[in-house]
Ligand binder design. Structure first.
Ligand SMILES: C[S@@+](CC[C@H](N)C(=O)[O-])C[C@H]1O[C@@H](n2cnc3c(N)ncnc32)[C@H](O)[C@@H]1O
Length: 354
């Protein structure tokens, strides 16, 4: 598979390709912690990680944990898969019936990813369905048909794209209805000054291409992801004094967002008297399920939810794990979106309506 020629912003793409293909050769070479800030993954993810060959994990440049549990049988697309760490973790979770496709533009990264496949596959009694494609994430229609993907993941990549709108639009198009983009990336608390965007190291280290959080939310709305939900957020520390000086007062965060492809989502939360109950059936989430940073469903406990949340848990790949009572036939007015007790906090991450 070959990458289609990018016309706009090809210098940015070439610089990033050089950074991840020629300059960095392992995680240790990163100059900031932006690409490697993440909380400890769930034990089931850690177990899946044990099957990933070391030459892959040695070149991990992600900033979060963008792999949900309960994805058995799904078709997963990983944007900017690098050497394939998350592709291989997801492959362990989707099982025999699922499939994982990793996309990246950098030959050196893809070579490590592809070379690791035989060692990974021999640990299974079946042949895991894993593919790596060389492509620009701005041109997803060149590699995956529309409405074919259940789950799109990505770890610290979209900030590097010179055309983030094309990426999100392509993801929306590639997802099936009820599919989801679940991804971790770097964001900042203001629009980045142009001078910093032009700094090759700051850009390559996933800082100066970062989107201002509110602009990200606007972009989501524009392409059809009407109610982006933040799941978790962590501040990024700039430990290098020179980089901290350059960035001044700008604050950076690693945030995991959930974007559902559901045309029924509304820009503000509405109350239709719907009640959702989590069935406790997602592996690793027996007692509770966190939909986002302010919706934690305790197993078996009915919760009054807005129309958007009802559809997120009832009309997506999560649907088999929830019971949703009620529909949108009676409207009771606006839904009070105050965070619920028990949800984890993620102060800087502006979400959509809820
Ligand atoms: C920070 S690294 C993250 C790699 C991987 N997700 C991980 O967690 O280790 C960014 C990766 O995205 C790829 N990338 C950046 N921009 C891209 C683009 N526009 N199209 C395709 N790949 C891109 C780079 O080649 C690199 O492998």
């Amino acid at each position: 598979m070959t990458a289609t020629d990018p016309t706009p912003s090809s210098t940015v793409l070439a610089n990033v390709q050089e950074y991840y293909g020629k300059i960095l050769s392992s995680t240790k070479d990163l100059k900031t912690s932006a690409c490697c800030t993440s909380a400890a993954p769930h034990p089931l993810i850690r177990a899946a990680l044990k099957k990933v060959p070391a030459e892959v994990t040695d070149r991990y440049y992600g900033c979060g944990n963008p792999i949900p549990l309960g994805i058995e049988g799904l078709t997963v697309l990983d944007l900017g898969c690098g050497t394939g760490r998350d592709v291989y973790i997801a492959a362990g979770l989707v099982g025999e019936k699922g499939e994982v496709i990793g996309v990246d533009m950098t030959d050196e990264q893809l070579k490590v990813a592809r070379d690791a496949l035989p060692a990974f596959a021999k640990q299974f009694t079946y042949t895991p369905r894993v593919k790596f494609a060389k492509a620009y994430i701005e041109n997803l229609d060149a590699i995956v048909p529309a409405n074919s993907i259940d789950l799109c993941i990505s770890n610290c990549v979209i900030n590097l794209s010179p055309d983030k709108e094309a990426v999100l639009r392509g993801v929306y198009n590639a997802l099936k209805e009820g599919g989801e983009m679940y991804f971790s990336d770097v964001y900042c608390d203001r629009r980045m000054p142009e001078a910093l965007v032009g700094d090759k190291i700051l850009y390559g280290e996933c800082l100066s291409g970062a989107l201002y959080i509110n602009d990200f939310v606007r972009l989501c709305h524009k392409v059809g992801f009407t109610d982006p939900r933040a799941l978790s957020s962590a501040p990024i520390e700039l430990r290098d004094p020179a980089i901290a000086e350059l960035c001044g007062n700008i604050k950076f965060y690693s945030i995991t967002y959930r974007l559902f492809k559901l045309p029924s989502l509304e820009t503000l939360c509405e109350d239709y008297g719907q009640v959702a109950t989590y069935l406790g059936t997602i592996p690793g989430h027996t007692h509770a399920y966190e939909l986002d940073d302010h919706h934690t469903f305790v197993t078996g406990k009915p919760v009054l939810v807005c129309g958007n949340s009802a559809d997120m848990v009832g009309r997506t790949w999560l649907g088999k794990h929830f019971k949703v009572d009620g529909d949108r036939s009676v409207h009771f007015g606006a839904f009070d979106c105050a965070p619920v007790p028990g949800g984890s906090s993620s102060s800087p991450a502006a979400g959509g309506c809820c």
